[in-house]
Design a protein around this ligand. Structure first.
Ligand code: SAM
Length: 207
């Protein structure tokens, strides 16, 4: 991994519990996973660990990958405090994921996939597909396309870099529901809805 300053490291250094509670849909996702007998779950872009901890508490074999060493360290500490275990890796979703083909019953990724440009997003979805078993579940959230105003630099259609604020300098791709359907064309899409903070939530299964 590059040794350049990781912007998420800086955010998590300032506020490690920036995301303390699981996403509002997670109780329903856990219920669905338990009903399907799922055991192995990857949290792609696991941040400071709110979903790793939540899923581990619910008895799953949890794997987490994130490019922020501060996030991974905070997750390890949180797991330790709770007496829980998970397999955590420091790495980038933009590289080949360090897991075998069809290893996971589910991949969740909350507010991560959009930190890339369009072509990289397609590559990452290819890797998610590879590591997921047939009929495996995905739960992915991404931000909705809106008018970005002046405080963003546009780098390609629907992809921007904030010029100020806590996520200054971090690539953001904004989705339409049509684009989500295109990107996840190889999945059986069960639901796309907006959550209470206006992020698209995608629930789908690998065909
Ligand atoms: C908005 S936070 C969400 C964290 C976590 N999913 C959650 O819901 O609490 C975005 C996360 O994506 C991670 N991230 C950004 N780009 C990444 C990449 N290329 N590979 C892996 N993780 C990445 C950041 O380090 C950060 O932890």
């Amino acid at each position: 991994m590059s040794s350049s300053i990781n912007a998420w490291d800086e955010i998590f250094k300032q506020r490690s519990m920036v995301f303390p509670e699981p996403h509002e849909d997670m109780p329903g996702i856990v219920k669905l996973l338990k009903g399907r007998g799922a055991s192995t779950v990857l949290d792609l872009g696991s941040g400071t660990g709110r979903h790793v901890v939540y899923l581990a508490k619910n008895g799953f074999s949890v794997y987490g990958l994130d490019s922020s060493s501060v996030g991974v360290k905070a997750t390890r500490q949180w797991l330790k405090n709770e007496g829980l275990k998970a397999d955590l890796k420091l790495g980038s979703m933009t590289e080949q994921l360090p897991y075998a083909d069809a290893f996971f019953n589910a991949v969740i990724s909350v507010q991560v996939l959009h930190h890339a440009n369009s072509s990289t997003i397609v590559k990452v979805v290819g890797e998610i597909t590879r590591v997921l078993n047939r009929d495996g579940l995905i739960f992915i959230t991404v931000p909705k396309l809106k008018n970005q105003g002046d405080s963003f630099e546009q780098v390609e259609p629907n992809t921007f870099i904030p010029l100020d604020g806590p996520e200054k300098g971090i690539l953001h791709h904004y989705f339409t529901s049509e684009e989500l359907r295109e990107v996840f064309v190889d999945f059986d899409i069960k639901d796309i809805h907006l959550d209470t903070v206006n992020h698209y939530c995608l629930l789908a299964f690998k065909q």
